[in-house]
Design a protein around this ligand. Structure first.
Ligand code: COA
Length: 176
């Protein structure tokens, strides 16, 4: 699978067309217990609304949307770069919603998405990237492995899908 996985940035019309497939990935992640903004029940409507707003953001140039597709062009993973930041931070971007479907995990797809989103940030002239993740979770381990600097933790920052509080760790990466 990893050799046949392709990572690409979607333009506005592809982003809009990808909404149902992206919704499927998001629902799978929340159903799998990931703390990624949403609480159960993670309905198709809620997921479609979220990705429709993301696609509109792509259309407006406010965010970049990347997807990983398997050999059958099915979306198995995604990540975003939030470009719309205050005018005093033109060199910065936020990385958000790194998601890989459970059927495609532990194959290096998230790492490839992170490498690709860094490339996108460079193309966009951004030199400082920021993100956050559940403290000591799978994603936090990945970010540390690919060179992100751990800033610190905020206890009880968010909820897990089961309602338990979780700590969040903030990271940054200077790519200039
Ligand atoms: C976190 C997440 C994105 C990681 O995705 P992934 O594609 O499985 O990540 P990778 O495959 O790059 O790395 C995961 C692990 O597989 C290992 N791995 C990578 N390629 C491998 C291979 N070919 N064979 C065996 N193991 C491999 C990595 O070393 C890593 O190991 P670790 O658990 O010891 O750190 C995924 O678990 C996910 O979507 N979780 C739910 C949503 C979420 O929490 N997102 C983060 C928001 S901040």
């Amino acid at each position: 699978m990893p050799q046949s996985v392709t990572v690409r940035r979607l333009g506005p019309s592809d982003a809009s067309a990808a909404v149902p497939a992206l919704a499927e990935v998001l629902i799978d992640c929340v159903d799998g217990g990931a703390s990624v903004s949403f609480m159960p029940p993670m309905t198709t409507d809620k997921a479609i609304r979220f990705w429709t707003l993301v696609a509109q953001g792509v259309e407006r140039g406010e965010r970049a949307l990347l997807v990983a597709e398997d050999g059958e062009e099915r979306i198995v993973g995604t990540v975003q770069l939030v470009l719309a930041l205050p005018e005093n931070q033109p060199h910065r971007a936020d990385v958000a919603k790194l998601l890989v479907h459970r059927r495609a995990r532990r194959l290096g797809i998230a790492q490839r998405l992170m490498e690709a989103v860094e490339g996108t940030a460079r193309e966009e002239g951004r030199t400082l990237l920021v993100l956050d993740a559940v403290t000591d979770g799978d994603a936090a381990r990945l970010y540390a492995r690919v060179g992100w600097q751990r800033v610190g933790d905020i206890p009880n920052f968010a909820l897990m899908p089961d309602g338990a509080y979780c700590s969040t760790t903030f990271f940054y990466k200077a790519i200039g």
